[in-house]
Design a protein around this ligand. Structure first.
Ligand SMILES: [Zn+2]
Length: 273
């Protein structure tokens, strides 16, 4: 393995050169609704531009509910996630790892290498490793560790290696320690906002049951209006910070562990420039 201070010596930093939309995008979240919450606008916008979307949840989502037990909730969340994926004609995979107990083990790294190679994405979207939720942090570490191995033939050799490393984008967060999020790509999502609400509404056990319960917020009145208010705070805060001309936005940071790209090219590829 090369051990150079010059990152450009790694094959990972070969740049993208086309401004055509990404053909295959894989959003890897810790929980079955993370893709919709943090990258729903990106998924909708890129699906409209012809990208094929994959959604991979590394846990079964079985932790968060006030009345359902783990097996009941895991089954319900799979069904909800399937509904949301169907909206986008997306390929959905949900691992059987228990929600709240994800750890970046060697076995799961190998499983992720196999799954990423099988989907063969040009773009991966995932969490940053700095986050309040241990499953989000573990997901970020698993993805960054798996990405280096996607083209290494003696790792999980039963699944052929990728010919080209994917670009990796990290979803926005507001955590500042040890490193604040950097908005390399800002995507205004106002045109897609209602569709993202449709996607999130599929996750009823969360957005209409668990989240109102755990936040102590009442669902009185129209549940969709509550969801609009609850979910909308985040893309509204991102827009205020990074795209003040718009009402709602998502933002993404280019990971240095995936294929590199001049940011202007990447923005053109995603239709934001
Ligand atoms: Zn999550």
């Amino acid at each position: 393995m090369p051990n150079s201070d010059d990152a450009k010596s790694f094959s990972h930093v070969e740049s993208i050169s086309s401004i055509e939309p990404f053909t295959r995008i894989l959003v890897i979240g810790a929980h079955p609704d993370d893709a919709e919450f943090h990258a729903g606008g990106l998924m909708v916008s890129q699906a409209e531009r012809g990208s094929h979307i994959g959604i991979l949840s590394l846990t079964d989502g079985s932790a968060g509910h006030q009345t359902l037990d783990r097996s009941e909730l895991a089954e319900r969340r799979r069904s909800e996630a399937e509904q949301a994926a169907a909206y986008l004609n997306a390929e959905l995979t949900i691992w059987d790892q228990p929600d709240g107990e994800l750890a970046p083990t060697i076995d799961l790294r190998k499983r992720l290498v196999r799954d990423i190679r099988s989907f063969a994405p040009e773009l991966i979207v995932t969490h940053r490793p700095y986050d309040y939720h241990p499953d989000h942090r573990a997901t970020a570490i698993l993805v960054q560790d798996a990405c280096y191995l996607l083209r290494v033939p003696n790792v999980e050799s039963q699944v052929p290696v990728l010919e080209v490393d994917p670009v990796v984008l990290c979803m926005a967060d507001f955590f500042t320690r040890p490193i604040s999020f950097r908005a390399d790509v800002v995507l205004p999502i106002e045109p897609f906002f209602e569709t993202v609400l449709d996607l999130l509404s599929c996750h009823a056990s969360q957005v209409f049951e668990w989240l109102p319960f755990i936040t102590g917020e009442s669902l009185s009145g129209d549940p969709r209006r509550w969801l609009e208010s609850f979910y909308g705070r985040r893309p509204a805060a991102i827009a205020r910070r990074y795209a003040p001309q718009g009402r709602y936005a998502e933002a993404f940071e280019l990971s240095e562990y995936g294929r590199q790209s001049p940011l202007e090219l990447l923005r053109q590829k995603l239709g934001t420039a």
